[in-house]
Design a binder for this molecule. Structure first.
Ligand code: 4AD
Ligand code: MG
Length: 461
């Protein structure tokens, strides 16, 4: 394989070599042409100088090129080496002006807003910011697998098409193979005539299936796409996002909390070590002080706070700085409440536990007080909730009672209830929204800028 620019930048000059990539910028001096070539392998481009050789007119920003030359020490500041080119081949032209009906390459050298770039997800990967995000995203996925694999967890592929509402919260996308033209009038006929002969959806979570395999392999984790038809147009919600869900047999809530904390810290440390150049860019251009914050968080203990105590704090704070949504015991924590707790009260990550059962999913382990469940949400500054999880109700009658209370069709979940009938054990798990993790470590404000092709209500590019 030919070397990437990332590798070339570590070689010692002089050496003859060939590079391939895309032109970032070109400058014409009197007898000399300079071009910066980038291949996305790392943040840096490599400078090439063309001294007295033919430079084709199509060598402009966005063009793909192959350059043969010699790696030499660079006289310019800020770079150790550069390439003195001996020949250049234009592989794919990208013109700066309209020609033959093809509009000019849209990403000319100037700052483009992230909003503008969102309109062209197929090209934005060629910008510094988006390329850095996607490299960090890739390294983070690798870190996720390493963390769990090193701790005896098995990677489980849970289904994308499902008949269950795993969170019992509605907001699911329907899956159908029926043609909208000539649909049956009656609902029952609709499902009967459809592909699976029943109502089907895209999954909102792989948790229920992960629980079944945790009862077989002890430790499993899922890492796959999940779908939510929530109509919330916010900077931290997507309709299609990736979720990591570990599920551990014999774990109670405290062990589950410790796992979540270790996991986040491992990801933070890994990314600071593995993506130093990209992280330096985010620190300088996206969020000042980012590296220091992440390092600090990776080294300090997460604070634990019961929901009831969190509400007491929020009510106190309400006197001096009214929240849009007035906090009271029993309310779901709004984004403004979560941010207050993490940013102002704790000033760092905080794990809130023991929420009222009414605002949490049916499967959570019920506390003896009859009011709360063993839930845990990890809240971080800037984002609020990054992880949601719980200990699971393993007691058959307690779980059945709760499902009936919530009006769920227990027959449909017979397989899930079987776990409580045959060799039931305490078990716990959580879900980390992968894009929120990428947002947290890169400092990117909008979740649509940390996934290659964002899907949100009314937006599918
Ligand atoms: O809190 P949630 O809904 O929990 C579950 O789905 C559980 N089944 C997880 C488990 O215990 N195995 O979602 C988990 C996380 C949230 O904390 C958040 O980070 C992320 O998934 N998330 C979203 N990320 C982007 N866009 C959305 N619409 C999201 N909804 C949830
Ligand atoms: Mg949640």
């Amino acid at each position: 394989m030919f070397p990437l620019i990332k590798e070339i930048l570590t070689l010692s000059p002089p050496q003859d070599l060939v590079i391939r990539g895309w032109v970032r910028t070109k400058r014409d001096m009197k007898n000399l042409v300079f071009a910066e070539i980038n291949d996305g392998s790392c943040f840096s481009s490599i400078q090439c100088t063309f001294d007295g050789i033919f430079v084709p007119p199509g060598l402009s920003t966005g063009s793909a090129v192959e350059i043969t030359g010699r790696l030499i020490p660079s006289p310019a500041p800020g770079q150790a080496v550069e390439i003195a080119a001996s020949s250049i081949q234009l592989i794919g032209e990208a013109l700066g002006e309209e020609k033959n009906g093809i509009p000019p390459y849209p990403l000319q050298k100037k700052r483009h807003s992230l909003e503008f770039l969102r309109e062209m997800p197929h090209l934005r990967g060629r910008t510094n910011t988006l390329a850095a995000v996607m490299r960090v995203r890739s390294k983070l996925s690798y870190a996720v697998h390493r963390f769990f694999q090193d701790r005896g967890y098995h990677y489980l592929h849970t289904p994308v098409i499902t008949g269950n509402d795993a969170e019992g919260a509605g907001s699911m996308f329907r899956v159908t193979a029926l043609d909208p033209a000539g649909l049956p009038k009656k609902k029952e006929d609709f499902y009967a005539g459809d592909f699976f002969g029943r109502e089907t959806f895209l999954t909102v979570s792989g948790q229920l299936e992960a629980e079944t395999y945790a009862a077989a392999l002890s430790r499993v984790y899922t890492f796959g796409p999940t779908f939510r038809a929530e109509n919330s147009n916010t900077a931290r919600h997507l309709a299609e996002f990736w979720m990591i869900e570990p599920e551990t047999a014999f774990f109670r809530l405290p062990e589950n909390m410790a796992l979540a904390e270790d996991f986040l810290k491992f990801c933070f440390t890994e990314i600071l070590d593995e993506c130093a150049e990209d992280m330096a860019f985010f620190d300088e251009r996206i969020e000042k002080g980012l590296i220091k914050t992440i390092r600090l968080v990776a080294e300090s203990d997460f604070v634990h706070l019961r929901y009831t105590d969190a509400i007491a704090e929020l009510e106190k704070a309400q006197n001096s700085r009214p929240f849009e949504f007035k906090p009271h015991w029993g309310c779901d924590l709004q984004s403004e409440h979560e941010k207050f707790l993490a940013e102002e009260f704790i000033k760092g990550p905080v794990i809130v536990t023991d929420y009222p059962k009414e605002i949490k999913a049916f499967y959570m382990k019920q506390n003896n007080d009859g009011k709360t469940v063993r839930a845990m949400d990890v809240l971080v500054p800037r984002l609020g909730e990054i992880i949601g999880g719980s200990e699971r109700e393993e007691n058959l009658s307690a779980l059945e009672r709760r499902m009936v209370e919530l009006g769920m069709d227990t027959k449909r979940y017979n397989w899930y209830l079987d776990l409580r009938r045959y060799g039931a054990v305490p078990h716990s798990g959580f879900g980390l929204g992968f894009e929120r993790l990428v947002q947290y470590v890169t400092g990117m404000a909008n979740i649509r800028d940390v996934i290659p092709y964002p899907r949100a209500a009314g937006q599918l590019y």
